[in-house]
Every structure is written in C-alpha cells, then in structure tokens.
Design a protein around this ligand. Structure first.
Ligand code: MTE
Ligand code: MO
Length: 372
C-alpha cells in the first residue's frame, strides 16, 4: 500500500477520498477562525504523501541556458529574505457537489470546504529565480514546478504559472516553508511548497522538487488535461483540452457556513455566516444576503483583516444578524459576493455547469425551517 506511510489526520475533517487523501473541514469549523488552524486546513492530494528528510532535501532550480543549476538546501532557502503573507487557497473543485446535483461530473464531491486560509512564510520565488540568473524575457515563458510525490510509473505532480507572475515582486509568489508559524505539515507540502496568491490551488505545488523556466506550460496532466473550464454543452466525447486555457486566477466566490442546510431555526433572530474571496488579488467589496430566495437583499458585515488593493490574497469572513420575518415557516437563504472589479457570482449553476465540475461559484443557497 503506497499510502501506508501517509500522516495521521484530524478526526473533524470530512473525508472525500482516503487514498489519495482528500478532505475538508465542516463548514461551522471553517469560518470559526479567520486563519484556518493547520490540522483542519483542507487537503487535496493526488498521490501518496512523500516522506522527505529535511537534512538531505534539495530544491533543484534549473538555471537559464549556459548557467548552472542551483540545488538549494533548506538552510539555503532560509538565507533569502523571509516573506510572510496571509493567503487563501481554494481548489478549482470547491462546491463541485452543487454541479453534481444538476448533472453528473467527474471529480471529488467537495462541498463548501475546499478552501482555507493560512499565514505562509518563505522565500520569494522572484528572489530565487534572480539568484539562478533568470530575467524577464520578451518571449512568453512559464515557470514549471514538479512535486516529489509520484505515481507507480514515477510521474510526479506538476503545474506551471506564467513567468511574468513569478518574477513580479508584487505578486508575492512564495516558496513557502512555514504555515501559521510552523514547518509545513506533511499533508501541505513539507518541507517546501509553492504559494501563488490569487491563483487556483492546483498551481501551489507541494513537496517541491524542481523549478524550471520553460517556453511552454508544464506538460503535466494537471496543467494540460485537467483544471480547465468548458461550456455546459461539452461532454467527454467532444472535449478538447487544448482549446481552453489552464485555470490561473479564480473568479469571485462566497458561501454560507452557518446555519446548515436543512437546519431548524429556534430563535426569532438568525445569524448567517460565511466566507467570500476573489482571485487575482481582487478585494471583496460587498456580500449580499437574501432570506427570501432573492426577492430582497441585506448587506452583510465584513469581518477578518482589511484587504490591500490589488493584493487581497485572503478571504473576508462575513456575517448578518437578521430578525426572522414574521409568519415564515422556512427561509431560502442566499449569499453572493462582489469584488472590486464589480465581478459578481452567477445566480444559478446550470449556465456554468462543466464536465469536470470546476469553477462552481453560483450564488450559494441554503434552505432552513423556522420552528413554530
Ligand atoms: N502538489 C503536489 N505535489 N501534489 C498534489 O496532489 N494538489 C494540488 C496542490 N498542490 C497537489 C499539489 C491541488 S489540486 C490543490 S487544490 C492544492 O495543492 C491543495 O493544497 P492543500 O492540500 O495544502 O490544501
Ligand atoms: Mo485542487
């Protein structure tokens, strides 16, 4: 069993798949803290978790043509200026189960918890690439990452991001060795992972083994044959993965974490809580909440840290306290967020349904009963 050496996990996690391990925190725990505690941070593994020795670990940074490669130890990485930022990481498959409810899709049945937030610290990728001799070139280029996790044929997890993002100090792409002040937990990439603020989780390569600058995107399955969006009309017989760009910056997202769908409200006042986030560093400017299926709306209070313009890498938590409208037996509660480009979430799932169930960001709707 290649998974026999996987780490022990927190019992509160809702497991979507044991081998490889995929799990999300239950909604009520997810928004209990602005910073997600490491043990309940959602986990998305495609392969067994490698067990790496920090003393012999080396990160292979391929140099530009004519230059030597760097093989960086952890101590070498610690010598770069330490950069610490709060970043929300979201899987492209977050809320996939809402797409499945409409029509079958291929993928793990994530609910609203394939998203979490941590303080990440490490070396900036731009500093490491500069030391290796890389500069911004005129031609389009990509920075490819390879993990040290691999399948039985030896194929490693891999992904890439555009070189321009990697070299932009303002984009704050990290080779992270700390998560919430601790060494990375094994499930989250010990000893080093990539953190690409504002970009889909799939590019935040864990157990990082190799970094290279290439003229083309990574040839990894997960860059080229997965994590792409398609029209609702495209099926597995007609899909052409080369026709769509790889997902990088994610669209605006929000979800309700409290109350739970199907719950009964006992008091005359209801507290609704959730999270909201947008990709590309776009800030959340507003969250609208409806108790009546979208007829009327109230603006939620935004909690959590203030966001920096263009560098809003972390989510806002939000809440709304509202009296339960008199005479109602049930409430159809909806939330929707607006980001600072005034992007909004689509109202329903059907027009954004896709065969892989990615980018599921329709208005989040729950239904609760009111105790008589
Ligand atoms: N990196 C490696 N090496 N192997 C993986 O399976 N999964 C990716 C990404 N990095 C993955 C990886 C995906 S799809 C996501 S959503 C994030 O890691 C999840 O990070 P987390 O498990 O720390 O939440
Ligand atoms: Mo993911």
């Amino acid at each position: 069993d290649p998974y026999a050496d996987d780490p022990i996990r927190h019992p509160a996690l809702k497991v979507n798949s044991q081998r490889p391990f995929n799990a999300e925190p239950p909604p009520e725990l997810l928004t209990e803290n602005y910073i997600t505690p490491n043990p309940i941070f959602f986990t998305r593994n495609h392969l067994p978790v490698p067990n790496l020795d920090p003393d012999t670990y080396r990160l292979h940074v391929v140099g530009p043509p004519g230059c030597q490669s760097l093989y960086l130890s952890l101590d070498d990485l610690y010598r770069f200026p330490k950069h610490e930022i709060t970043v929300t990481l979201q899987c492209a498959g977050n809320r996939r189960s809402e797409m499945t409810r409409l029509k079958e899709v291929r993928g793990l049945e994530w609910n609203t918890g394939a998203i979490s937030t941590a303080r990440w610290a490490g070396a900036r990728l731009c500093d490491v690439l500069a030391q290796a001799g890389h500069q911004l070139s005129e031609t389009e280029a990509h920075v490819c990452f390879e993990g040290l996790d691999s399948d039985p044929t030896g194929t490693a997890y891999g992904a890439s991001i555009p070189l321009a993002r990697a070299l932009d100090p303002e984009a704050e792409v990290l080779l992270a060795y700390e998560m919430n002040g601790q060494p990375l937990p094994r499930d989250h990439g010990f000893p080093v992972r990539v953190v690409v603020p504002g970009v889909v989780g799939a590019r935040h390569v864990k157990w990082l083994g190799k970094v290279s600058v290439e003229p083309e995107e990574s040839y990894s399955h997960w860059q080229r044959r997965d994590y792409k969006g398609f029209s609702p009309s495209v099926d597995w017989d007609t899909v052409d993965f080369d026709s769509a760009p790889s997902i990088q910056e994610l669209p605006v997202q929000s979800a309700i974490t409290q109350p739970k769908d199907g719950e009964t409200i006992e008091s005359r006042e209801v507290t609704i809580k959730g999270y909201a986030w947008s990709g590309g560093g776009r800030a959340v400017v507003r969250v609208d909440v409806s108790l009546d299926g979208g007829l009327t709306w109230q603006v939620a209070e935004l909690d959590g840290e203030e966001q920096r313009p263009r560098k809003a890498w972390a989510w806002r938590l939000w809440q709304l306290q509202a009296p339960v409208p008199a005479g109602k037996k049930e409430l159809n509660i909806i939330c929707k967020a607006v980001d600072d480009s005034y992007n909004v979430q689509p109202d329903t799932v059907a027009p954004i349904w896709n065969l892989r169930g990615v980018l599921s960001n329709a208005w989040h709707r729950i239904h609760v009963r009111v105790a008589p």
